[in-house]
Design a protein around this ligand. Structure first.
Ligand code: ATP
Length: 304
């Protein structure tokens, strides 16, 4: 297919009363109309009208569609409980371990349907997820954690340890320490480093800023940007901190209640008054709003 974001010049609002989560191409009778885009060419990932149910009854994703072009950084934003982590788990095949299931739609990675694929196979294809909450093996050393990240590889991975230490020099200093004794920031870096050991083509990060001091967050986001630029790693990032994510992203999606409600180029999303008000906490005059005010103004949302 052609340029997936050739229509990037405008924000796209998706009405809840219209086709939920359908990309504009589908509405216009484009390639998505025949069951959704098939990732390949410039498109690395396509999520087509995915529905996810937990415990056979809890409907969380309600026809979610999104695209991630090769080599780009895409931000997925939304409030607590919108379904962002569930979206990442649907892509990486981790839902069955939480008694969740994709019941409709498809996930296509680099031209292959991975909707119900085994998570290890999805890692082998080049998708790696850094889970929320810095999950490291606390009783293993830093280096053992990194080596664990290469478990799906059959090729030589030793040189990649040095590559990871190049991005995170602090980890090299602590290579023999138990990961459980690292600070929160070091554990986040180790989680990202471990994901890099599988040489991902798509790196998915779930709330990398969570609970970290601002300086550390800035450092980590700078490294994420370098990974995209220097290794050409495509990145899908979930963040509560919309400003941070939109600053490094090419394209952004906003989700609510299990579906995409707005998407567009990151700079345009960042300057959209609704996004500023609801996700960046700014009023139209540029002043900061409290969460209370934000909740109050929710009624005015134009995309609902
Ligand atoms: P947060 O930032 O709070 O993690 P999120 O946008 O990532 O929010 P999810 O974690 O995907 O949202 O959760 C979406 C909804 O699905 C929530 O209502 C949550 O309670 C529910 N949910 C998530 N995981 C499970 C599970 N394993 N079993 C049942 N319900 C779940």
């Amino acid at each position: 297919m052609g340029q997936p974001h050739g229509r990037d010049h405008a924000l796209r609002a998706t009405s809840a009363s219209g086709e939920p989560g359908q990309p504009a191409a589908a509405a216009a009778g484009g390639p998505a109309a025949a069951g959704g885009p098939e990732a390949g060419g410039d498109l690395l990932l396509a999520v087509n009208n995915v529905e996810v149910i937990y415990e056979e009854v809890i409907l969380v994703l309600r026809g979610l569609s999104m695209e991630v072009p090769r080599g780009k950084v895409v931000a997925l934003l939304g409030s607590n409980g919108a379904g962002k982590s569930t979206t990442l788990k649907a892509i990486s095949g981790l839902l069955p371990s939480e008694n969740g299931e994709i019941t409709q739609g498809s996930v296509v990675f680099d031209g292959r349907d991975v909707t119900h694929a085994d998570p290890a196979d999805i890692v082998r294809l080049g998708v790696s997820q850094v889970m929320e909450g810095r999950r490291v093996f606390g009783h293993l050393t830093v280096e053992e954690n990194l080596i664990a990240g290469a478990y799906t590889r059959r090729d030589a991975w030793r040189d990649d340890l040095e590559m990871v230490y190049g991005y995170f020099p602090g980890l090299e200093d602590r290579r023999s320490s138990d990961a459980g004794y690292l600070s929160g920031g070091e554990q986040q870096m180790l989680s990202i480093g471990r994901a890099l050991m599988s040489t991902p083509r798509l790196l998915m990060l779930d709330e990398p800023s969570l609970g970290l001091a601002p300086l550390l967050v800035a450092e980590i986001f700078e490294i994420i940007e370098r990974l995209n630029r220097e290794l050409d790693t495509t990145i899908l990032i979930v963040e509560q901190n919309a400003r941070l994510a939109l600053d490094i992203a090419d394209h952004g999606y906003i989700m609510e209640n299990g579906r995409i409600v707005l998407d567009g180029p990151a700079d345009q999303l960042g300057s959209n008054p609704d996004v500023q008000e609801f996700y960046l906490g700014l009023s139209e005059s540029g002043e900061r709003r409290s969460y209370r005010d934000v909740k109050h103004y929710k009624r005015r949302k134009r995309w609902l």
